[in-house]
Design a protein around this ligand. Sequence first.
Ligand code: ATP
Ligand code: MG
Length: 293
Amino acid sequence: MLIKDTSFIDKPLLAQGKVRNIYDLGDSLLLVVTDRISAFDVIFDELIPDKGRVLSSISAFWFDFTKDVIPNHVITTDVSKYPQGFDKYAAELEGRSMLVKKAQMLPAECIVRGYLEGSALKEYKANGTVGGIKMPEGMVQGDKLPEPLFTPSTKADEGHDINITYEQLVDLIGEEDASALRDASLALYKKVSEYALTKGLILADTKFEFGKIDGVLSVCDEMFTPDSSRFWDAKDYQPGRAQKSFDKQFLREWLETLDWDKTYPAPHLPQEIIDKTAEKYRECYRLLTGKEI
Ligand SMILES: Nc1ncnc2c1ncn2[C@@H]1O[C@H](COP(=O)(O)OP(=O)(O)OP(=O)(O)O)[C@@H](O)[C@H]1O
Ligand SMILES: [Mg+2]
């Protein structure tokens, strides 16, 4: 089943992201992952089969895998345990949704970078620093950083997030929470990047969102999905050029062949690109979890 929107649910939608739809159930939230895909912040009309189930299951896998590092917001992914009235949507929601505890979110995106890419590469080229920290000279795109770095950013409601220094994070949320976020983020990255490497995947960087649940710092949102992380195929890794993103490589490469200015509306996706992209998402799930979707 392909799901583009969730208007079949007769409850008010709390928020709609590029990929997920969120329902407010009082003390809890229902996160539903659709099969929508975006690139360069533009959402496509076409859907990617199994993408929602893959993303939701990958997140669920990591929340469980890291529960000894830090508590998280998951209540259940078992549709039969959802609040009353949701049983009629079981077929649609199965495998692509998660009931979570509502948290008081902290206003920061917690990014950990192990490799030089994206905005870190831009900053390094301009200043020789990453997150304001001086890096060795002569590093090239995709190089491994001397050690993983915590590089927070603000959560912008509109437009792009703005990178901030650790000191600015302290000004924003206080020393106690800032250091707890940094320590948790680095510990999560360490555990999962080491594991991913044993499965042939490099976790170049990743983003977390944290919140307080009954006063306890907890990791929320999504975790170590291809949407929140850069995963690279370790076999193809070669610093000095852009690495192929594991999930969207076919899509991005095909888009680069078009005369498209990367603004709305998105071009129509050919079936071949849809199929290859779907297979990449399934492969990512298979490699990380050892299970078939
Ligand atoms: N347990 C939670 N309690 C409260 N809010 C949460 C929880 N988990 C995630 N959130 C919030 O839910 C929202 C999820 O939105 P989502 O990521 O789908 O869309 P977005 O961030 O607006 O856009 P994009 O698609 O670009 O990511 C975020 O604002 C996130 O902070
Ligand atoms: Mg988001």
